[in-house]
Design a binder for this molecule. Structure first.
Ligand code: A2P
Length: 329
């Protein structure tokens, strides 16, 4: 049994972590819930017991004997408090982008690179939601055919941008101006996720590019991305165009994907079987459909990948990392 802290317990992902811990019957001895000062004293129910939310501060952390701290409270909170939790003996599993590209911090999708948890120094990073769902699919394809180039185009749900973003979608349907998004999200699509960088890409796009290389251990892989926010409540969709090093038969690709852990092939267009956000929501798996040859290049393949960005893209992946740590103990 383990002592576990959730940092950002009042947030969208924090609450989903709690429900996944309950669903999976995670072996919890003591549970501690942290958020900002604003939420201190609030009560949250877990398995029929009320837990009081505490302010995330050094004093409250040091008074606990913790095995795991699952963070989803934004990058600044992670930067400030993850090292304090780690120093206090907890393994931090962090959902923010703060530590992902730190060479001393493993970036882990349990179905893809479980071995990387071994070299952690107290902090393990959970990848970006849109990166996570592509990984089990691309890993299986890479192992069999070799990846040469990847082109991502995403259609990302508002739930990935937090509570205010969900409110913007609801408000937008009543004609109320958005507070989180820079332009209306209802009746619109925004090719703008996270901030714009000097190279013209958004930070979200660079996360997908850099994190893909780190997780797959392919430092030189050619990857590009366009990430787009769409007026969908939950679950991200991605068009993934890949160029492979070796030739393939389409039916073999399907078999490879059917055998991939965490992946469900949902591909039968005659019967309208292709994954959509509504069908993928509340599911643990990554769904792949529209599997077809890209005739414009040699060894080209097109895929359509959909997953619940709050579950597999965040909360579930974090809990799976904790389970992996326990297995290795
Ligand atoms: P709070 O509810 O007290 O603001 P979301 O992304 O869904 O909006 O959730 C963000 C989560 O991060 C919330 O639980 C929020 O707590 C928490 N959070 C935000 N700022 C801080 C902070 N400075 N210290 C600790 N937790 C924070």
């Amino acid at each position: 049994m383990y002592n576990i802290a959730i940092v950002g317990a009042t947030g969208n992902v924090g609450r989903k972590i709690l429900s996944i811990l309950e669903e999976r019957n995670f072996p919890i001895k003591n549970l501690y819930l942290f958020a900002s000062k604003r939420s201190a004293g609030k009560k949250i129910n877990f398995k029929g017991v009320e837990y009081v939310v505490e302010e995330t501060c050094e004093e409250n952390i040091k008074s606990k004997d913790l095995d795991f701290a699952l963070f989803s409270a934004g990058g600044d909170t992670s930067l400030e408090f993850a090292p304090i939790f780690a120093k206090n003996g907890a393994v931090v599993i962090d959902n923010s982008s703060a530590w992902r590209m730190d060479p001393k911090v493993p970036l882990v999708v349990p179905e893809v690179n479980p071995e990387d948890i071994k070299w952690n120094n107290g902090i393990i990073a959970n990848p970006n939601c849109s990166t996570i769902q592509a990984m089990p699919v691309l890993k299986a394809i890479h192992d069999k055919y070799g990846l040469k180039r990847v082109v991502y185009s995403t259609y990302q749900a508002v739930s990935g941008a937090g509570m205010q973003a969900i409110q913007d979608l609801e408000d937008g349907m009543k004609g109320i101006a958005p507070k989180k998004f820079p332009k209306p999200i209802v009746g619109n699509v925004l090719p703008h996720i996270d901030v714009f960088l000097e190279n013209g890409y958004t930070k979200e796009e660079m996360k997908m590019i850099n994190e893909t290389r780190k997780i797959l251990h392919l430092d030189d892989l050619k990857v590009t991305a366009t990430t787009v926010r769409v007026p969908v409540l939950n679950s991200h969709s991605e068009s993934i165009n890949v160029e492979l090093l070796n030739s393939f038969e389409l039916e073999d690709v399907v078999k490879v994907l059917e055998a991939a852990p965490g992946v469900v092939v949902y591909d039968d267009v005659d019967n309208l079987k292709y994954p959509t956000p509504l069908e993928a929501s509340d599911k643990d798996d990554v769904f792949v459909g529209r599997i077809r040859r890209d005739f414009s290049i040699d060894n080209g393949l097109n895929l359509w990948v959909v997953a619940d960005n709050i579950r597999k893209g965040a909360a579930l992946n974090a809990v799976q990392i904790a389970e992996l740590m326990i297995k290795g103990k």
